[in-house]
Design a protein around this ligand. Structure first.
Ligand code: MG
Length: 392
């Protein structure tokens, strides 16, 4: 039924110093006989990646930011006898193309991860995808290049749906239920949210994650991005994808079938579980995670998301349903607005307004190429920045 997992996998980790990256390294630490890291890439965390390369004996390191000759000499000295190092965006892509690589973990942040996803699939690697923006922006390009066996989601909801669908006929699926914790502002009104601080928005109730995704969770944009991600990954129309708030984050998502049966995937909120599944598939390996104790869990709550207050979810769904280049514009505007909010330069509620302004300004076209998507991305960033600038 399933292809057998190769005995040993050579993996590359893009974004190795972020939240998903460091947890991926944890999974490798637990499974040294099954996994070897042959490449590490970071945006700019040079010291940390050098330490990681030394710990895991990684032969290739790439730094996405262009470093000066002096800085590169320092990196090379630090990796002497361990690894080769290179810098610049092409150095990151080069790791994806190395012949010895079996699987690429893409944990880069934002639309910047799209090109790496594209190169990994083009080079025939298995892509373990934590960078959901790749699919939001370029799903129309990536999906035709991938199969069920070569594109594995690391997002917990999508990992859950993927597992619920194993052995099932997709034609018998009635609905995908994507669960949401509701974020730190669940139950709040727009008036409550007008003056919230960055620290309040970063205080996620159930998951510990990077900055950008934590703000996206507070606005529910993360769930909007995940609806688009699910649409692409599972070839489901948007009418068949529903979001349900599940504050305990114990149910990671559900699939409803035509006979009324519903399959749910549960587990503790530990991202090493979905990460390891993407690396071990089609096998399951032992993992030293905290088991989910149902006697302590007590109860599970469910609620409809409040899309009047959390407009980003509705905007993302609208962008996905319209399709073409609109999700790319929506995503780019969101990245700009989130960065602006994190810098303390715009109110929380303006994130959705900036996204909407950039969507309104987008001339929606069918997706044709990476270059076209990069142009759309740049134009939407400018539109969102201009909108936010006018607020100041
Ligand atoms: Mg998720």
């Amino acid at each position: 039924m399933f292809a057998r997992a190769p005995e040993h996998r050579n993996i590359v980790v893009l974004g190795s110093t972020g939240s998903i990256g460091t947890q991926t390294l944890d999974v490798v630490r637990q499974n040294p006989e099954r996994l070897s890291i042959v490449g590490l890439a970071v945006n700019s965390s040079v010291q940390t990646v050098c330490a990681q390369a030394r710990e895991f004996g990684v032969p290739h390191v790439a730094v996405g930011t262009k470093l000066s000759a002096d800085e590169m000499a320092h990196v090379r000295a630090s990796l002497e006898g361990v690894a080769e190092a290179a810098c610049g965006p092409d150095a990151v892509l080069e790791l994806c193309r190395m012949p010895e690589v079996d699987l690429v973990v893409n944990a880069l942040v934002g639309a910047a991860g799209l090109r790496a996803s594209y190169e990994a699939l083009r080079a025939g690697k298995v892509l373990a995808l934590a960078n959901k923006e790749s699919l939001v922006v370029g799903g129309d390009l990536l999906i035709p290049m991938s199969t069920h066996e070569t594109l594995l989601p690391i997002d917990s909801e999508h990992g859950a749906i993927y597992q619920c669908l194993l052995g099932e006929n997709p034609d018998e699926v009635v609905r995908l239920w994507v669960t949401a914790s509701g974020g730190p502002f669940r139950g709040k009104t727009r008036a409550d949210l007008a003056g919230v601080t960055v620290a309040q928005a970063l205080n996620h109730p159930t998951w510990k994650m990077g900055l950008k995704i934590t703000i996206d969770s507070a606005t529910l944009m993360n769930k909007g991005l995940e609806v688009i991600e699910a649409h692409h990954l599972f070839a489901m129309p948007y009418e068949k994808i529903e979001v349900v708030v599940q504050p305990q984050s114990a149910i990671h998502s559900m699939v409803e079938f035509s006979d009324g049966s519903v399959k749910a995937h549960l587990g503790t909120t530990d991202m090493r579980i979905p990460i390891q599944f993407a690396l071990s598939y089609p096998e399951r390996w032992h993992a030293p995670v905290q088991p989910l104790d149902f006697r302590q869990l007590g109860s599970l709550e469910f609620a409809a998301p409040d899309t009047q207050t959390f407009r980003c979810l509705a905007l993302a769904r609208a962008a996905g349903s319209r399709g073409g280049t609109l999700p790319a514009a929506m995503n780019a505007a969101n990245e700009v607005a989130v960065a602006t909010f994190l810098a303390g330069n715009c109110p929380f509620l303006s994130i959705a307004d900036a996204v909407e302004a950039a969507m309104d300004a987008c001339d929606v076209q069918p997706v044709e190429s990476l270059e076209q998507l990069e142009e759309v991305d740049a134009r939407a960033r400018a539109a969102a920045a201009a909108y936010l600038e006018r607020l100041r």
